[in-house]
Each structure stands twice: as C-alpha cells, then as structure tokens.
Design a protein around this ligand. Structure first.
Ligand SMILES: Nc1nc2c(ncn2[C@@H]2O[C@H](COP(=O)(O)OP(=O)(O)OP(=O)(O)O)[C@@H](O)[C@H]2O)c(=O)[nH]1
Ligand SMILES: [Mg+2]
Length: 204
C-alpha cells in the first residue's frame, strides 16, 4: 500500500468517547504498553509520536480527550482540529454506545458536514464479555449504516489496540485517495469508477 496520501504534516488523531470507556487506557497501551487499573478522569492529554506507515515515519499527535461532563469544553475544541478519530464505546455500557453516535454527529458537524471524516469505531473492554451490553449485531448494523470500520479491543489484554490505530491510518489514506480522485474525476463522469473495495466493517 502506498503511504503517499498520508500527509507529510503532522496528523492529529483524537480519541473520543464518553467517560470511563478506556480512552486513556487504549492510548497508553498503544504508546507505552501500560495499563493503568485505576480510573483517573482526563482533562486532556496530548502526545507526539512517530508512526511507521508504508515506507516512512510519520509525525502523529494523539489527543486523549475528556469524557466527563465538566471537561467538555476542552474536548469540543480538540474535536474541531482533529484529522482522524478513534471513537470509543465500552461493550459493557449501552449508554456509551448511544453517546458514541451523538459524538460522531458532533464530529461531522465540526467538519462542515463531512461524513467521510476518517473514523474507526472501537468497542473496548472486550475482556468483559460476561457483562456485554452492546451486541456485535448492534455494532455491525450501525457501522454498516455509517460506512465506518470497527474493531473490538481490550486495553487490558492488548487485544486489537495497535490494530485499531493502524486501521485508522488505513482509513485516512483511503479517504484521502478517494477525495483526490473525486476532485479530478467528477462523479457524474462516465470515467468515474466508484471504489467498492472499501471495508465496511471489521470484526475482531
Ligand atoms: N476490564 C477492562 N477495563 C478497562 C479497559 N480499558 C479501560 N479500563 C478501565 O476502565 C477505567 C476507565 O479507563 P480510562 O482509560 O481512564 O477511561 P477514559 O475513557 O479515559 O475516561 P475519561 O478520561 O474520564 O473520559 C479504568 O479503571 C481502566 O482500568 C479494558 O479494556 N478492560
Ligand atoms: Mg481518560
């Protein structure tokens, strides 16, 4: 896969979702392979890292946003500046799934109605299967409806943590290519070849 459509400038990834779904845990697991058992609500944390993608290293900023109500103003300003979004819910919390849908709409509004803003839906805490409230069917139906890939993860066991960030970079790359081709070949043109290769969803 070509990495040429990942921009040379820094890519900003926002990790969003309601309070306690595991945004900080998945970020720390990805960046330093740590898992904090305790819960310390985040105001906002930002990390700069380099990520290998394709043949090159890319500068990436990861913003671990707030989920708690009292810190929402920080989150909203970060959402407006994010290039790509890991949108989390936790499989043991149906309300976090409902909140995720609201958050996605908010991200789209912040990006001038662009439904192609790069996003991966992440259903975290997969290790808590016995307490599951969000079914795979619910997730598949929603992600097919919004044409967005998803993964089930566990920050605790490491399941699919790196893979979900990687999937988001793939998504950034794919959507940039799509926008580029749409800009040079209008959809009504007979030469336009729709991309049917997009993955609709990914099940762990
Ligand atoms: N069992 C299990 N617990 C998890 C997992 N991910 C996070 N947790 C726990 O869930 C709690 C909240 O995790 P955080 O990562 O702080 O959640 P957050 O989304 O950053 O919360 P806010 O910053 O308040 O929005 C902590 O006690 C974590 O240890 C997971 O995959 N499995
Ligand atoms: Mg946090």
């Amino acid at each position: 896969m070509s990495d040429s459509s990942l921009s040379k400038r820094r890519l900003t990834i926002c990790v969003v979702g309601s309070g306690g779904v595991g945004k900080s845990s998945i970020t720390l697991r990805y960046l330093s392979d740590q898992f904090p058992e305790f819960y310390d609500p985040t105001v906002e944390e930002s990390y700069i890292t380099k990520v290998e993608y394709g043949a090159n290293m890319h500068d990436v900023e990861i913003i671990d946003t707030a989920g708690q109500e009292e810190f929402m103003s920080f989150r909203d300003s970060s959402m407006a500046h994010g290039d790509a979004f890991l949108a989390l819910c936790a499989i043991n919390s149906y309300s976090s799934f409902v909140e995720l849908k609201v958050l996605r709409e908010k991200v789209i509004r912040e990006h001038d109605g662009d439904t192609d803003v790069p996003m991966v839906i992440v259903a975290n805490k997969r290790d808590l299967e016995n307490c599951r409230q969000v079914s795979v069917d619910d997730l598949v139906a929603y992600c097919n409806q919004i044409n967005c890939p998803f993964m089930e993860t566990s920050a605790k066991t490491r399941l699919n943590v790196c893979e979900s960030f990687r999937l988001l970079l793939d998504r950034v790359n794919l959507l940039k290519q799509k926008k580029f081709y749409q800009s040079i070949i209008p959809e009504e043109s007979e030469d336009y070849i729709p991309d049917h290769t997009e993955k609709k969803c990914v099940i762990s």
